[in-house]
Design a protein around this ligand. Structure first.
Ligand SMILES: NC(=O)c1ccc[n+]([C@@H]2O[C@H](COP(=O)([O-])OP(=O)(O)OC[C@H]3O[C@@H](n4cnc5c(N)ncnc54)[C@H](O)[C@@H]3O)[C@@H](O)[C@H]2O)c1
Length: 258
């Protein structure tokens, strides 16, 4: 069932052709927002915007490129509208132990996940209407560390920290800044060779709700934080992880659960 919780909003979504970004773009659009889908993948981005139809437009935006942010904001303003909402979805993971991680690999993950989010928050802080909202995609790995995800974990803890600072600094303009922290969601981010040896059946047994999430469940959390339904919520992490961050369960003899 669709509502109108985003009616009158103008949202820019980064990484909008990805698993979570496309679900977020579709839901915000369905809920009445004008949506600027942005990504480095121009072909898929244009197709995704065309699929959504009216009130959806693609702009190519590499989130690590300071000038590209300026150009993207100028394109939105050129349409005669002002952004009310920014959702920072662009990101990537690297599965490697710290001792095996090269400096270029570490910098690539920090540059995309953290610096890209910083540039987005800064652009939004300068251009969002008063009373707007920023939602950053942090991660369960922004509140709980996982071995062999060192660069990613460091970037996501930092995204959650940056979210709180931005919330404090932008509060006097009524701009709310929050993070969504998804657990393991079925998207292309874990399709790469890095994750090929993951035992997903065993992984799922570590999740209290007993299943991985789907992008639409994360999109609902983003929609809540992006809409006026969350008008008194700022500077928080909304964890969407099937219960993993809640703590550990005690293993029972003979049971398979971890
Ligand atoms: N899927 C999960 O399990 C999960 C869990 C927690 C957090 N997250 C976070 O959610 C966000 C989205 O993840 P996803 O699962 O949709 O990943 P995804 O790999 O499906 O999508 C990532 C998107 O980012 C885009 N992108 C890559 N580099 C870019 C750049 N420099 N500028 C702009 N766009 C760029 C890609 O083209 C792609 O469309 C990421 O920040 C990720 O860390 C995902």
């Amino acid at each position: 069932m669709s509502g109108a919780s985003m009616r009158g909003k103008v949202a820019l979504v980064t990484g909008a052709t990805g698993g979570l970004g496309s679900a977020v773009s579709a839901l915000l659009h369905e809920e009445g927002a004008t949506v600027y889908l942005t990504d480095v993948d121009q072909e898929r981005g244009e197709a995704a915007a065309a699929d959504l139809g009216d009130h959806a437009r693609f702009i190519r935006l590499d989130v690590t490129d300071e000038d590209a942010w300026t150009a993207a904001i100028a394109q939105v303003e050129g349409d005669g509208v002002r952004l009310t909402t920014l959702v920072n979805c662009a990101g990537a993971a690297l599965k490697k132990s710290l001792v095996d991680t090269t400096l270029p690999e570490f910098r690539r993950i920090l540059d995309l996940n953290l610096t890209g989010t910083f540039l987005g928050v800064r652009a939004a802080g300068r251009h969002l209407v008063d009373g707007g909202a920023i939602v950053n995609l942090s991660s369960l790995n922004g509140v709980l560390a996982t071995a062999e995800l060192g660069a990613y974990v460091a970037s996501k803890f930092a995204v959650s920290a940056l979210t709180r600072v931005a919330a404090l600094e932008l509060a006097d303009r009524g701009i709310r800044v929050n993070a969504v922290c998804p657990g393991s969601i079925e998207t292309p981010i874990t399709d790469g060779a890095d994750f090929a040896d993951t035992d997903w059946d065993a992984y799922v047994r570590t999740i209290p709700l007993g299943r991985r999430g789907v992008p639409e469940q994360v999109a609902q959390a983003v929609r809540y934080l992006a809409s006026d339904e969350s008008s008194y919520v700022t500077g928080t992490d909304l964890v969407v992880d099937g219960g993993v961050a809640a703590g550990r369960r005690t293993p029972r003899r003979g049971a398979e659960a971890v």
